[in-house]
Ligand binder design. Sequence first.
Ligand code: DCP
Ligand code: MG
Ligand code: MN
Length: 349
Amino acid sequence: GIKDRTAEAQNPNARTIEVLQSMCDYYNRIDDTWRILAYRKAISTLRRQSVKITTEEEAFSLPNIGPRLAEKIEEIVNTNKLKRLEYANGEPLDQVLETFLKIYGVGISRANKWISQGFRTLDDLKTKANLSTNQLIGIDHFDDLNTRIPRSEVAALGDFVKNEACKLDPSVELLIGGSYRRGAGSSGDIDLIITKKGTTSSSELIPFLEQLLPTLTAKGFLVATLAALHSQRHGKDGPGSKWHGCCVLPSSTLPNPNKWRRIDLLLVPKSEYGAALIYFTGNDIFNRSMRLLASKKGMRLNQRGLYKEVMRGPGRAKVTEGQLVEGRDERRIFEILGVKWREPADRWC
Ligand code: DCP
Ligand code: MG
Ligand code: MN
């Protein structure tokens, strides 16, 4: 109660107790049972003192205060703080957050939740956290999946898929989009756009994907599935089908033959190919500016096409889909929007 707090404030060791208590709170967060106990005992000893304890020797002579805590008590008295506490509460947490955010599929809220649960390392997560299959893949292959892929390997991985795809169905076309199409020297993943002459719905490409996936898996190329969104249940107007996973280049002569790489397979009907090319070539900022431009001209651009006569309500909220103007031809979409053609290599923003 109030009386206790007054007594606490009047204790000559109040500041020392306060800092030790913060340290104890930290050990509570990381569930360090032994240190929690040691700190509690030391705090309770200090509370019973009627004089200020200022040196390591004085502290060590008291019951339940070991040499390390005695040293810390002197540090608090001399500097009014504790380096170890700043370390526990400060910068390193940012580094923990940064590390957790690099795990595939982990966002800010997930990462912060783990931190508040006291997890600090990937090993903590592996041994103590309840992980999804994908999070486990992201942790087990953390280094590989956070390594950029040299352009030559992106090309080799793409060729491997193209070769198998051609054997299954020579009329299927594959193109590497994303940063590779923009000419990047290295990529975060491989974005493979898959299409076929005469298709008007991505669902028409699903039978092919269902042949391709087991083939690539049997060859040791595909090693994990992270997300598989099929458009079948959405019907003709559903979102394009995509498959996200990991691959390795089997028996290659490249420097990194066994590295796990992220690969996205994107099924796109020929009728939407141009819009999909724009979207999957990016970059994301360029895409945003193209969409904004379309919206300013009363049109709408997405990964399936450019639409006109889109009715918008308050706050530019879309009321109707509008009428498809162009989906097939990338250059035509630029023309209709009144934007000078930009080569993929000039779409970095
Ligand atoms: N994209 C987008 N908005 C997003 C995510 C993606 O417009 N929020 C588009 C633009 C990207 C393309 O999809 O260029 C592919 O996405 P990636 O995440 O694979 O990005 P990049 O291929 O551009 O870069 P990286 O080398 O990191 O893979
Ligand atoms: Mg990419
Ligand atoms: Mn991608």
